[in-house]
Design a protein around this ligand. Sequence first.
Ligand SMILES: Cc1cc2nc3c(=O)[nH]c(=O)nc-3n(C[C@H](O)[C@H](O)[C@H](O)COP(=O)(O)OP(=O)(O)OC[C@H]3O[C@@H](n4cnc5c(N)ncnc54)[C@H](O)[C@@H]3O)c2cc1C
Length: 406
Amino acid sequence: MTATVLDERLVTLRDAAREWGAEFRGAGAGLDTDPDAVGEHLDLGGVRALAAMLVPAEYGGAGLRLGGHRFHGMTAIERAVVLEELARGDAGLMLASPGASMSGVLVDVLADREQKEWFYGRLLERPTWTFFALTEPDRGSDATALETALKTSPDGGPHRLDGRKKYVGNAARAALGVVFARTGPGPLGVTAVLVDTTDPGFHAEPLESLGLRAARICELTLDGVAVPPERVLGRDRSPARRGMWACVQTFNRLRPGVAAIAVGIAAAAHDYVPAGLGGLDKTGRDRLDELGRRIDGVRHLVHLSAIEVDADGSRGHLASAAKAEACRLAEEATLEACRFFGPRARWDHPVLDKLVRDARGVEFMEGAGNIQKLTVFQGLVAGKVGRGDPFPAHAAGSSTGGSSCG
Ligand SMILES: Cc1cc2nc3c(=O)[nH]c(=O)nc-3n(C[C@H](O)[C@H](O)[C@H](O)COP(=O)(O)OP(=O)(O)OC[C@H]3O[C@@H](n4cnc5c(N)ncnc54)[C@H](O)[C@@H]3O)c2cc1C
């Protein structure tokens, strides 16, 4: 039996997401060659579900109504359940879909009421893409060293935003998003602002990529973009409770979702082997079963890490462990799946080739593996990660079945 922390409500969500994910499979292959065709898929159940997620009911979000339950995707565990199943269908289409996405989590953490009304109001008008711009051309893992500048206006007029961002998903198709910028030196000098992409001085240029091509990662040029003071997120908070603090809180909450995407890619590779081969001998079945048990184990870790950050958004160490482990799994599972088909696997099986490329892309999202390992190490040194008790007490108290963690 497989370990699970999913109750009946979350199982309902997972089962619906599994059906939506199945629809993603065919659509995703086309988007890999033509990422701009994403607009043709807006009616898919999974795309509509992603557009509905992360818009709270109090701001008019209808959420998803399934089997007598309602879901708004405001928790990491809900997002992990949905994102895994959609990525199992196609991770590229999942990332290319409109919705609040990463910036929605930051807005939930940091925005005031007026800012939320503006942000969610825009999303409710029509399917709307958003972007989240943190990374800079020479500032990836070392995000605290970012150089994009936000110059405040002495007369209370609009601030001025100047700089460059890189690898920002969906930016060229987005209507609005968030940009991290510097108002002063050091980590406390970092702040985040809401930006409308139609504002003069904003330019997004798509970049070529090998994996997750549908996500259309972009380079941004910000050339004197005018930012009204009311678009500065956390404007009424102390510097210690906005910019980098909010960024860390946001990443902690997002990371189980990214880990779930990696698990979904691994599961897709696992699904493909028997389908592509038609039949397996006993050795092959044993190899595949072993991979399946490993996927179950990492999925369990991802769910536990989501429950942990839902309980306390500052506890991101388990989420980092889950993200590092899930990305390793995705890379190894996709390559292991190729081994079933021999040396021409990636040539003869474009689905596998895409899964290998996509797995590599997830490794870099929201912090590469080494950075996650550093976070876990720092947590261990600071005594924030229990060496003998990796599973938090509040998770163990939920509906737990048997265990086959690999
Ligand atoms: C598909 C995709 C979508 C993305 N979407 C977004 C987005 O929407 N918004 C956004 O802002 N960014 C986004 N990114 C960018 C992503 O966050 C960065 O790629 C990531 O932070 C790594 O930065 P880098 O590419 O500059 O690599 P680097 O920071 O140069 O890292 C390269 C390698 O060096 C290792 N390394 C770096 N520092 C250390 C260290 N101190 N110790 C040990 N090893 C280290 C890393 O683990 C990595 O293996 C996206 C990236 C991808 C691939």
